[in-house]
Design a protein around this ligand. Structure first.
Ligand code: ADP
Ligand code: UDP
Length: 211
């Protein structure tokens, strides 16, 4: 029997640095990514933002599916999210006329199968930033964000479901990368500036001063 050939990832980790940004809902992932973009020139891709944009895109075959999954705090099937991420990475590189780049992939992977598929299809990850925050703090932040975010899942019922998904399905991803020695864990309970200072300090140790 002929050996099965595995497709190689779309991007070579020699050209493309991928940092996964994980943490529970409301831990402050998006806030810290915005700071890393302005401070260190990363490109930021939020899986949740890409899904919400796809949900609203006219003619999308996934609109209803995404809406239901997000409201219930469930994880949208991997293929949908991985394709959105891969296309967005390609668009960013194309628009910059570059073959190299550094990406913060925010809120992804949230499930083990997503982690494996992304690394096989798109690009192996270099590091995982894990913003660690207790549920009571995250809940308070999300309810506050819900006053202005307009997000269908920033309400008490959806928040409870998102926490359950995070503990049961997403924490194992962090545990897996911890064993691989790739996790940079940061206490996310301090002020945004204090969390950022710690993030910079720990990233410097892993990626080099000033990274
Ligand atoms: N360190 C922090 N302290 C207090 N509030 C924060 C902090 N980081 C983020 N927030 C606020 O908490 C809410 C959730 O933050 P966000 O970055 O959107 O989290 P995530 O992307 O993890 O869901 C936002 O309203 C944000 O302004
Ligand atoms: O890879 C992903 C990322 C997000 N989501 C969905 O999008 C929601 C919101 O995720 P986001 O990262 O935008 O926000 P957070 O819950 O971290 O505040 C999640 O609860 C999931 O339903 C998903 O299905 N797959």
């Amino acid at each position: 029997m002929a050996p099965t050939t595995k497709e190689s990832p779309a991007f070579d980790p020699k050209d493309v640095t991928v940092v996964f940004v994980l943490g529970g809902p409301g831990a402050g992932k998006g806030t810290q990514c915005a700071k890393l973009v302005s401070g260190h020139g990363f490109s930021h891709l939020s899986a949740g933002d890409l899904l919400r944009a796809e949900q609203q895109r006219e003619g999308s075959e996934y609109g209803d599916l995404i809406r239901e999954y997000i409201k219930d705090g469930k994880i949208v099937p991997s293929e949908v999210t991985i394709n959105l991420l891969k296309n967005a990475m390609r668009d960013i590189l194309t628009q910059a006329g570059k073959t190299t780049g550094r990406f913060l992939i925010d809120g992804f992977p949230r499930k083990m199968d997503q982690a494996h598929s992304f690394e096989e299809i798109v690009c192996p990850a270099k590091l995982v930033l894990f913003f660690d925050c207790p549920e009571n703090v995250m809940e308070e932040r999300l309810l506050e964000r819900g006053k202005t975010s307009g997000r269908s899942d920033d309400n008490a019922d959806s928040i409870r479901k998102r926490f359950k998904t995070f503990v049961e399905t997403s924490m194992p991803v962090i545990d897996y990368y911890e064993k691989e020695g790739k996790v940079v864990k940061i206490d996310a309970t301090q002020s945004p500036d204090a969390v950022y200072a710690k993030t910079e300090e720990l990233l410097s140790q892993r990626l080099g001063a000033g990274f």
